[in-house]
Design a binder for this molecule. Sequence first.
Ligand code: ZN
Ligand code: ZN
Length: 325
Amino acid sequence: MPLLGAHMSIAGGFDRAVERAAAAGCDVVQLFTKSTGQWRARPIQPDEGVRFQEALARWGIRHPLVHASYLINLASPQPALRKRSVAALVEELQRADALGIPYVVVHPGAHLQASLEEGLTLVADSLRQVHRQRATGQAEVLLELTAGQGTCLGHRLEHLAVILQQLDEPQRVGLCVDTCHAFAAGYDLADPGGYRAFWQRFEQLLGLARLRAIHLNDSQRELGSRIDRHAHIGHGLLGTAAFRRVLTDPRLAPVPMYLETPKGTHHGEDWDVINLRMLRALADGQAMAEAASPAAPRVPSDVRAAPRKGRRQQRRSADGRRTEE
Ligand SMILES: [Zn+2]
Ligand SMILES: [Zn+2]
């Protein structure tokens, strides 16, 4: 079974994100370590790191991952903003260290009025500065493939390759693929040939060994739209067949996968729970009939209720405790 989880809120404490992940039935969790709209944040206290690690151990949640603030623009042509972005990314990495989290996902940035090539060079330059300021410390950067909205870089695998080529220590940067971003960027993961071509190119240009995380989001917007709108699994234009391919691809089996789909409830049930159940059904090879039939309901009742055969089932009680069935 793939390692599946979701982005969770840290409201009430970092350990609360772990509890929320456990309650939803996650194996893994992603979080922001501060409000994404603010540059500054109160430093993380040692006891918060301890409580976070205790929560991970208690609930059996693995592969915690930080998503960096959206304010960071490593490609900004304005030196002051770029300097601020480098400092903010260094701080994000320090915060990850304080929590014992190994990776921080960041978007490459937006080139704005500068050229695309200049933008890529500035991203590499910024990352070199981050590395220089981080002689010690554990956490490393993951660059995320983006949808390419506006002047955002990183929507072509080639962009990521050019950035890595310009680094002194490229081994200190890993990669994160987002299924919604890839589709919006024009990589047709909904098509079997498009799916094959994407990963072939990824392997050629970047190497699958660099892939440390996958964001599992369906896409509200069409192929190549370059608009980033996440949809619930099977409720967007990627569709369930695309996710079945990702979830059953042996090359991707060791890579933790995180939902970043809209929060809330559907008929009284948490959307994360619904999406995780859909993903696990697809990973199990169930729901294939549903995937093959676009007329079928998106979350069919037989998938919801179907017992998972042939493997130990895990359920959690209302307070989030794991119980074995
Ligand atoms: Zn993402
Ligand atoms: Zn996105």
